[in-house]
Design a binder for this molecule. Structure first.
Ligand code: SAH
Length: 253
């Protein structure tokens, strides 16, 4: 039985990083009840396949650093559909509350007097950590984990690089591919060891998932070879069993 109230207004829902296995039952149910689903570019094909044929599907995709749909146009799209009384699901990759521009869309709904609900999703960081057989926090290693972005609307993001450069720190870096040379420079300038492990997980949870073991020193070269969405796990390396699997994939590729 569902503990979820019937949908009204707009439901912001997290699609997870791609695989249908990563979708929560709550989000699955919301999709089944939707009249309109407005989704991001990052929502995986398997999840898009779960949208019922009866629902109107709208692609509000945006490209980082490329041609993009302005946020104001997306806000207007959501408000427009919800204003007709339709049950709208706004489906976002990962968790809507992590680098998902959620607040901007909520503020547009608030201004229009439209109610909303948020259904969380699995964010790429936790899924990527699981894929490399690691934990994001570990007793005796790191007391906290940072979730940071490599670039934001102002360009490459400024962060507490000094804090992050200390031994044992762990960070999940979103949107870090293009910023990887910048990250490398900033962290090394603050004394981080060039041997600090950095693992790139591309297309986490998808059939084309790729795990690349790198260090701060080799990060930028490895990042240049990736084409899909990728998360950088700074400070942790794949466990041996996972690495053996990765080597095997590379040998047979
Ligand atoms: N809300 C999303 C993040 C959106 S920002 C979440 O919670 O995961 C976009 C960034 O998320 C990408 O640049 C990439 O760093 C990361 N990302 C999203 N999907 C991913 C995936 N399947 N595999 C690896 N990284 C992913």
């Amino acid at each position: 039985m569902s503990s979820q109230p019937a949908l009204s207004g707009v439901t912001f829902a997290g699609a997870g990083p791609g695989s249908a296995d990563m979708l929560t039952l709550g989000v699955f149910r919301a999709l089944q009840q939707a009249d309109v689903v407005i989704h991001d570019r990052l929502v995986g094909a398997e999840v898009l396949d779960m949208i019922p044929a009866s629902a109107t599907r709208v692609d509000a995709g945006k490209e980082g650093f490329g041609p993009s749909t302005p946020q104001s146009a997306i806000n207007a799209l959501i408000v427009g559909h919800a204003g007709t009384g339709a049950r709208v699901v706004r489906l976002k990759g990962g968790d809507p509350g992590i680098f998902g521009r959620l607040d901007e869309e909520i503020e547009a709904l608030e201004a229009a007097g439209i109610p909303f609900t948020i259904l969380p999703g699995l964010t790429s960081a936790t899924v990527a950590a699981a894929a490399i057989g690691q934990s994001l926090t570990k007793r005796g290693r790191n007391r906290g984990v940072r979730i940071v972005t490599g670039h934001d609307i102002d360009g490459f993001a400024d962060q507490d690089w000094k804090g992050l450069a200390r031994a044992g720190e762990v960070a999940a870096i979103y949107m870090g591919k293009k910023a990887s040379r910048f990250l490398q420079g900033r962290l090394m300038m603050h004394g981080a060891s060039p041997d600090t492990p950095v693992t790139l997980v591309e297309n986490a949870s998808r059939p084309d998932q790729r795990i690349v073991r790198a260090t701060l020193c080799t990060l930028a070269d490895h990042a240049a070879g990736l084409t899909g969405p990728a998360i950088l796990l700074y400070g942790i390396a794949p466990r041996a069993a996972v690495q053996a699997l990765t080597d095997l994939n590379e040998a047979t590729a």
